[in-house]
Design a protein around this ligand. Sequence first.
Ligand code: UDP
Length: 244
Amino acid sequence: MSHEGQPYQRVVLKLSGESFSPPGERGISMREVMQIAEQVRSAKATDCQMAMVIGGGNILRGAQFMAGNEGIHEATSHQMGMLATVINGLALQNALENLGCDTRLMSSIPMDAICEPYLRRRATRHLEKGRIVIIAAGTGRPYVTTDTAAALAALELDAEILLKATRVDGVYSEDPEKNPHATWFPHLSYNAVRERNLRVMDATAIAHCMEHLKPILVFNYLKAGNIERAVRGEKLGTLIDGQD
Ligand code: UDP
């Protein structure tokens, strides 16, 4: 269990909603979801215990309804965003089941008719039994994002690392999709991420990981096999930890 080629035994993988639709599009494309599911199945085959926290930005983010402008209370808009993550969770669970994976969809907002309520002990039992745990509805509370939910899940579930899947090869000095000359960082400290205001995860998520020294690996999920490489502890992406 290191970052030096030893496989991890338990990880939390954060998947943004953008991974559920083709680049630049919104909604859900089962083609994209199946591609993710295939990568997750291969990663799980390494015997790593995997919990996944799912975003909802492909459907709706609370921030898109600015308070007062749209007549929707900001808290309500965030609740709508959390429900979007449940829709994604159902799609991902179905895709993984199509591949023969044993999964449990757990929601931080109880929805007994379609999934289990998220309970730390129950989630831990599922992981121990080899089930892939999909955590939807974020923290269940408005005003934060699923990045924060993923950081908290990594802490609660004693994951060795938080794997943050993105469309680029890790963390850069600027958005590499806008500036192709942006500098890529193989390693960063939590402090460097905060001081340089680098766009990695939301600030609350970084703060939780920093306080509890939970490492974060930011890597490119669009390259087939990278989720498995990440759980195998192979060198890829940007590692963020307490070392300067
Ligand atoms: N959200 C929330 N509380 C949470 C997690 C998410 O209110 O604990 C809402 C928030 O409005 C957020 C939306 O759900 O914008 C979708 O999640 P997120 O933006 O993190 O999705 P992603 O960007 O990862 O696709």
